[in-house]
Design a protein around this ligand. Structure first.
Ligand SMILES: Cc1cc2nc3c(=O)[nH]c(=O)nc-3n(C[C@H](O)[C@H](O)[C@H](O)COP(=O)(O)OP(=O)(O)OC[C@H]3O[C@@H](n4cnc5c(N)ncnc54)[C@H](O)[C@@H]3O)c2cc1C
Length: 357
């Protein structure tokens, strides 16, 4: 996904682009993702990440119709808000503070009393203490978004090479291209966007400190009587898409193991049923898992390598790579062509986030 967004942005700016993609690999995060644009919910106390996330979310307002016009693909951009529900006094107090902070930052954000929550979404848990409501948050369909970004990149002349990159080639402090098992390809710029697999590519001056964190998901029919919504509580959520409830998710440090587990599914179902009790009586239709590329501070790694000219990073998007994909593409596209971006990327420059940097 992030690679497709960078490829599109670079191709739109007139650069010759090749995307190296081995094909669907088990555990790739984008295909597994829920696709929430939870800009005002996910960043927590990180003010810089909040501002970046809001910008990333708002970009879809123009990107969705642009991709539809260019490729005919509807990315399912849905913007009717996300509610973060409190189940005790402490979380209600914490969320009220967040509402105040976000309003102070000029964002639309409301506190909903328990009656408001039940009125808007009949069927929500009676023991709810209220909810933070971010009316401009929403979701996209991640599969459609990846397809559309890649189709638009190809329309602009980008080619896709179905091969895995084994190493980046560097000579005298400058990137010269990449090598696959079978071949090498010369290039003045290489963008590393291999998600959780990014540190595994050989030849990098320092592997980016990204580690796989497994997230499992469960799909259940959306209960009748409750309008489509995205409801969130702590790190559990329910997302309505196509008549289904996509329920997530776990945060598991299990290396590159992308299997689903009974324990993980039980944890997700418990949180989902707490939000919408009617889900308890509906059948689980599908389960799956993906590997998020996490950094320790949850900020992505986007920008130039501090030492190797022509080597760029677009990885480590953690829980919010769909939200930030479009914006990451724009940042990389501008850096490649103008050498600069109007977005303050200093807090996520690779220098600060590398093992030895
Ligand atoms: C369960 C779950 C739910 C999520 N929900 C959300 C959400 O609601 N909202 C949100 O914003 N984010 C969400 N995320 C996070 C989001 O999915 C990720 O941050 C994002 O998909 C990362 O994109 P990526 O392109 O960096 O990585 P991936 O999608 O993992 O892609 C990595 C790519 O690198 C390729 N690759 C690997 N090795 C090589 C190699 N050697 N050579 C060439 N290519 C290679 C792979 O084939 C793959 O295409 C979720 C993630 C999970 C797992």
């Amino acid at each position: 996904m992030v690679g497709a967004a960078c490829a599109r942005a670079a191709a739109l700016r007139g650069l010759r682009v090749s995307v190296f993609e081995p094909g669907p690999i088990p555990g790739a995060a984008s295909a597994a993702s829920g696709g929430m644009l939870a800009a005002q919910i996910e960043p927590g106390d990180d003010e810089w990440l909040l501002a970046l996330s809001v910008r990333g979310r708002d970009l879809y307002e123009a990107l969705a119709p642009a991709l539809k016009d260019a490729t005919g693909i509807d990315i399912g951009f849905w913007r009717e808000g996300i509610a973060s529900v409190a189940f005790d006094n402490a979380s209600a107090n914490r969320l009220r503070v967040v509402v105040a902070q976000e309003r102070q930052a000029g964002l639309r954000c409301d506190w909903l009393e328990p009656d408001d929550v039940h009125e808007r979404w009949p069927g929500t848990a009676p023991e709810c203490w209220g909810a933070l409501f971010a009316p401009e948050d929403g979701a996209v369909d991640p599969e459609a978004l990846t397809r559309a970004l890649l189709a638009d990149a190809r329309r602009q002349g980008a080619t896709v090479v179905h091969a895995s990159v084994e190493r980046v080639n560097v000579e005298e402090g400058r990137i010269t291209g990449v090598a696959t098992v079978a071949d090498t390809a010369a290039a003045p710029h290489v963008i590393l966007a291999a998600g959780a697999w990014s540190p595994r590519i050989a030849g990098l001056p320092r592997p980016p400190t990204v580690e796989p964190v497994r997230g499992q998901l469960v799909m259940i029919p959306w209960p009748t009587g409750t309008p489509p919504a995205i409801l969130y509580a702590e790190h559990g959520y329910i997302l309505a898409r196509g008549g289904k409830a996509i329920c997530g998710s776990t945060m598991e440090h299990v290396g590159f193991d992308a299997r689903v587990t009974k324990e993980g599914q039980a944890e997700i179902l418990e949180r989902a049923v707490r939000l919408l009790p009617a889900l308890a009586s509906l059948p689980v239709e599908q389960t799956w898992a993906g590997l998020r590329p996490m950094t320790s501070d949850w900020r992505p790694i986007v920008g130039p390598d501090p030492e190797v000219e022509g080597l760029w990073y677009a990885t480590g998007h953690g829980r919010n790579g769909i939200l930030l994909a479009g914006l990451t593409g724009e940042i990389i596209g501008d850096l490649l062509t103008k050498g600069d971006t109007d977005i303050d990327i200093s807090p996520m420059r690779p220098r600060q986030l590398m093992a030895d940097g």
